[in-house]
Design a protein around this ligand. Structure first.
Ligand code: 13P
Length: 252
């Protein structure tokens, strides 16, 4: 059985005070939640303080990006081992916003994911098609190319430290969620691709999250699909009550 993952991507929101307050609010709402991996991803500057706020709780910490070198003359970059140092167990890599606005490619996603995994982090690797690509019938081809490029040269052991997030670009921040069937179709495709590349055991073990306008009222339907193993949540993860409602989808 795959443990579901519910991860909140806070993007470029929240000061240190706001992020720690949010975690303090969230803690009691999810203290009794078992069988769900709960993750929040604040901005870099809030990481270590949020780590202190969540110490001893069942909430885990992710960064939203990393670099692939351990150290050196790379102004502005943050190495995976520094994320571990700040208290992270996870890191989001290749989010569509990074691909769209910051020149992220499958090749850089691959380098970052390998470095993150080598440092002991769980890499949440994002893939997803644009509206144009979907409407021109290219969804599977795009997802296949992104996934193959992102996990190139991975061993099965490395893949075991990865989580895949399927985030259709047209569903992010638009309020337009993929239907359960649309999401399931792509998730099943991703799992079959993992089976082809890494074997059946890896395919059965890997968690594939859906992201794109996940809300308390659509999480249950999404999670009822056989290949949807969790969610990467943007907007609805910014408030403790709505994020807790998503995390506690089993009891709602
Ligand atoms: P929204 O939930 O705001 O659509 O964002 C999804 C996302 O990009 C999570 O990484």
């Amino acid at each position: 059985m795959r443990t579901p993952v519910i991860a909140g991507n806070w993007k470029l929101f929240k000061t240190i005070a706001e992020a720690t307050a949010m975690v303090n609010e969230l803690k009691p709402l999810v203290a009794g939640t078992v069988g769900v991996e709960i993750v929040v991803a604040p901005v870099f500057t809030a990481l270590s303080r949020v780590a202190e706020a969540m110490a001893g709780s069942n909430i885990r910490l992710a960064a939203q990006d990393c670099y692939w070198e351990e150290e050196g003359a790379f102004t502005g970059e943050v190495a995976p081992k520094l994320l571990v140092d700040a208290g992270c167990s996870h890191v989001i890599i290749g989010h569509s916003e990074r691909r769209q606005y910051f020149g992220e490619t499958d090749e850089t996603v691959n380098k970052k994911a390998k470095a993150a995994i080598a440092a002991g982090l769980s890499a949440i690797v994002c893939v997803g098609e644009t509206l144009d690509e979907r409407e021109s019938g290219k969804t599977f081809a795009v997802i296949e190319a992104q996934l193959k490029g992102s996990v190139a040269d991975f061993s099965a052991n490395m893949l075991a430290q990865a989580i895949i997030a399927y985030e259709p670009v047209w569903a992010i921040g638009t309020g337009k969620t993929a239907s359960e069937a649309q999401a399931q179709e792509v998730h099943a495709f991703i799992r079959s691709l993992v089976a082809k590349l890494f074997g059946q055991a890896s395919a059965e073990a890997i968690r594939i999250l859906y992201g794109g306008s996940v809300k308390p009222d659509n999480i249950k339907g999404l999670m009822s699909q056989p290949d949807i193993d969790g969610a990467l949540v943007g907007g609805a993860s910014l408030k403790a009550d709505s994020f807790a409602a998503i995390i506690n989808f089993q009891s709602n």
